[in-house]
Design a protein around this ligand. Sequence first.
Ligand code: GLT
Ligand code: MN
Ligand code: MN
Length: 388
Amino acid sequence: MTNYTPKPEHKFTFGLWTVGNRGRDPFGDVVRPGKTPVELVHLLAEVGAWGVNFHDNDLVPIDATPAERDRIVRDFKAALAETGLCVPMATTNLFFDPAFKDGAFTANDPRVRAYALQKTMNAIDLGAELGAKVYVFWGGREGTETDAAKNPMESIKRSREAMNFLCEYALDKKYDLKFALEAKPNEPRGDIYNSTTGHMLAFIQTLDHPEMVGVNPEVAHEHMAGLNFVHGVAQALDAGKLFHIDLNDQAFGRYDQDFRFGAVNMKSAFFLVKLLEDNGYGGSRHFDAHAYRTEDYEGVKEFARGCMRTYLILKEKAARWNADQEIQAILAEINADDGSMSRYFGKYSSEKATTLKDESFDRPALGARGLNYERLDQLTVELLLGVR
Ligand code: GLT
Ligand code: MN
Ligand code: MN
């Protein structure tokens, strides 16, 4: 019987804002009492997490004095030392305070844009002080309700200038830090710029230091856009840009539900875990999700344990899928290649093109061939349902 106990090597992390979520939503107030960052670190240690991530203001309130900041950071460091948890990632809250109602780096007011840079530099200092190696940027309010209000070309330019400035800042300070950009199509703004991971990957190539910037795709955000998350993550991996990942779950066509990992789309969660594990993804498995509003803190622990346990079960299922003889036989059949076409692939040459143009193909036979994907998918489903 496999042991699904989380271990440090699994790199499971949670944000302070995830297990610390108190259940407030647009229609109802908090349902759980607040816990301090120190208490949350202990909760995470109790459930077996490896690391804890935070926004600047999850840890240090926006109006804290320098002395309060120092005390909070000291207590937090002591809790980390006591529990053995690490801080692999940090980020900035550029969406909660009313000053950011029109966004941060793309706000029309230059004072807001300058304040956002200042706040982010301070937050980067805090993250670096606590050992974070990845710095996430989620531009929750970098968007519009009406395109009358902001020029989209100008917004892209402002976003680029901000990222370039902050890359230089991290380099200037000699921080060992990479940036990871997180896309979301909408919510809390009507529309958010660089709305998907694909948009982010293209945007990164226009930066001054593309090598230090990657992506932090989130399951729920790509599902909100109606996209196949596994394909987006594969593209990020292929580009060498999967610096971080936000795991959770989400029904298609809904608001940002941030459900427990694997709670809704089991099959896509399976193919995601298989993709990460088969390709040796070495970063954090961060659960950016929160417990149902119905839960007390026992339920929050169930939620956190459930995220990690489901990941480990799916990891075991992926190994089983890779070793399943019937599945592998179908895959071999699907990918059969007698080598007769090899001369047409690879690097282009005009001879190759000419020979290929002369080749004759039995088009009806190509179309008539059954591919056995029904059987393959049914075997996958049965494996996931535990009957193989
Ligand atoms: C917020 C958002 C998340 C982001 C976090 C990082 S904050 O909870 O919904 O998707 O990853 O800023
Ligand atoms: Mn989300
Ligand atoms: Mn996220």
